[in-house]
Design a protein around this ligand. Structure first.
Ligand code: ADP
Ligand code: MG
Length: 247
């Protein structure tokens, strides 16, 4: 396997796959996930922190730029609006991505239920690439099936419905074990805590007492660098070249 550029990773991710982006705040996981999601039709993205920017790069052709802006403009701030946007996408058969930014609620059970709704819709709809910018808001290691049942079904069985999933998270030790083990594509930035690095090392196939297959030293020293981890493979440290993306 040759993984030398970010595009090599994008090429490997299929529609029904699961991809995780893991690193501390400001490492670049949201940006990396957005770049991947731009390549998929019928994205249904949840931002529990209610902040999302596709960071579109202007195109010279004014018509094409207008089309691009329109395609990435769909936003829903509650479940009713989510319904409206998804119906519009279905009617137009456009495949436009929809971004869901639901209000935060003091009632955690209710908030969990709202955050889980896109996953129920995706499984009913089929052929959807689900995503969340903050997996930890949906569930943690001890409440996954009760707090986020549809996310659980999506991650463990969405494949057969053509539903894939991407998620950002800060700490692997907070993430449900099954979510991590079902993740075929992991983009990992530097992790400060030893137990987080141990979790990823184990996932990357490190033998007990053996050497880590991950170049943590480079990840520590260079901003926005990450490794790509998949079954029995770890890439060299890479960065997403934002200027190249803009070109
Ligand atoms: N590859 C990169 N090169 C340069 N700047 C980057 C890169 N990736 C992210 N950034 C910048 O770093 C900041 C944090 O990125 P973001 O993706 O929001 O991080 P996170 O989601 O991990 O908190 C943003 O201002 C973003 O534009
Ligand atoms: Mg982020």
């Amino acid at each position: 396997m040759r993984i030398e550029h970010f595009d090599d990773i994008i090429d490997r991710i299929r529609y029904q796959d699961r991809a995780g982006f893991c690193g501390p705040t400001d490492s670049g996981k949201t940006r990396a996930m957005a770049e991947v999601l731009k390549h998929f039709d019928d994205v249904l993205l949840t931002s529990p922190k209610r902040k999302w920017d596709w960071e579109l790069q202007p195109i010279d052709d004014p018509k094409a730029w207008e089309r691009q802006q329109k395609r990435f403009s769909r936003r829903a701030y509650d479940l009713k609006e989510l319904d409206r946007e998804l119906n519009a996408v279905a009617r137009e058969d456009s495949g436009d991505p929809v971004v869901f930014l639901p209000e935060r609620m003091a009632d955690r059970r209710l908030h969990h239920a709202v955050l889980d709704t896109p996953y129920r819709i995706a499984l009913e709809r089929g052929n959807t690439m689900t995503a969340t910018d903050e997996l930890y808001y949906h569930a943690n290691g001890s409440n996954f099936e009760s707090a986020a049942p549809w996310l659980y079904y999506t991650i463990t069985g969405g494949r057969s419905d053509g539903v894939g999933s991407m998620y950002c998270f800060q700490r692997p030790v907070w993430v449900p074990k099954v979510a991590l083990s079902e993740t075929q594509h992991l983009i990992v930035f530097f992790l400060e805590e030893q137990d987080d690095r141990d979790t990823i090392d184990a996932r990357a196939g490190k033998e007990r007492g053996g050497k880590s297959p991950i170049d943590w030293e480079t990840l520590r020293n260079e901003d926005h660098t990450f490794v790509y981890v998949t079954r029995r493979f770890v890439s060299e440290p890479l960065t997403l070249d934002l200027e190249k993306e803009a070109a």
